[in-house]
Design a protein around this ligand. Sequence first.
Ligand code: HSE
Length: 418
Amino acid sequence: MEAHKQLTIGLFGFGVVGEGLYKVLQQTPSLKASIKKVCIKNPEKKRNAPADLFTTNKNDLLNDPEINVIVEVIDDSAAAFDIVQNALRNGKSVVSASKKMIAENLPAILQLQEETGQSFLCESAACASIPVIRNLEEYYDNDLLHSIKAIVNGSTNFILTKMFEDKLSFSEALLLAQQLGFAESNPKLDVEGFDALNKWTILLNHAYGIVAHPDDILFTGIQNVQGSDAGVAKEKSYDIKLIAQAKKLKNGKVAAFVLPQFVELTDPLSFVKNEYNGVVIESGFADKQFFYGKGAGSFPTASAVLSDIAALRYNYRYEYKKLYHHKPHVLTNDYYLKVYLSFDDWKYIPREEFEWIEEWHAQAERKYLIGVLHCEKLVQSNWWKTNNTSLILTPDPIIDNLDIIHLKKRSLELAGVV
Ligand code: HSE
């Protein structure tokens, strides 16, 4: 049997995740992995590690032949991409936590792995401590993966929990998420859904072989969710969560988005509170499976980085089976969504865009409706993100084209229209 590889690490970044990894590695001597150098941006900052470990020159790491693994956990996605390219081309394996960088450069990163034959692992880039990427890669066959529904951003889940259960204000909850090291340095990335979108782009690749750009996917964050929405959710026995979802339609194409959603209190994702993440996978024969764990924070994220480092001892690589060994799936916006919308004035709502409206409540200061519209109507415009309008999907929101006529007829019958 091949002896385990000795791993000599060059680490980029010593923030929440980098320092976490440094500490975690000190507690796992059996791993036979040691950090030789850490590249940082600001040499003045006081750090809890020997000064001679640090450098500001990236080439001290990238050109050191003894370093065979580059771990990159920095915040700047352009710099991160540059490091990844150089490291792979210099014959080093890479472990990365930079979800934005990976999502925005997916085709190039796939190409680089093909060209160089090096491993590029990124388990920590989606759902931190939950081993979701390796599970999607190794366990779920293409044909059997019907849908995935997940909470992939810890900060927004933390904020929603603190606002609606502990009655904190939005800004108090956000500040706490920042203090605890969950939020991105630009928290807009969390709050407005960009971080979840980047993670979803990565997971769609490992789940379905889809190579999408974040710009191709319908999304928003929790910035428009109102206190009154939580009131409606409570009346209907729902929770509000920021949900990333993908589902194979009857024509074999995949519907995917990141949007706030009502979830039933019996849904496993309703159980996911604070900075925890959760993933519900529905697959043929197995029915539903639920993965749960911390989705942000220093040690949970470092634990996923550590697991990738450990996997490199065995020269583990993603095979991207869904992309290269199967017919990859294609994304589509050709389906319908059942949505809840709350708004200040009817004039902001293009009622003609709806196939049908099932409920409308126009008396109160804050009005709302529940209706069905084609996904393209949301993709093509942003009226639903502006003028303080809040869109939240209903619990089982995706309606296949093949079912729409039947459902519309039934809904109109129920309303006594036909
Ligand atoms: N800001 C991210 C989150 C950190 O809140 O999920 C973990 O990726």
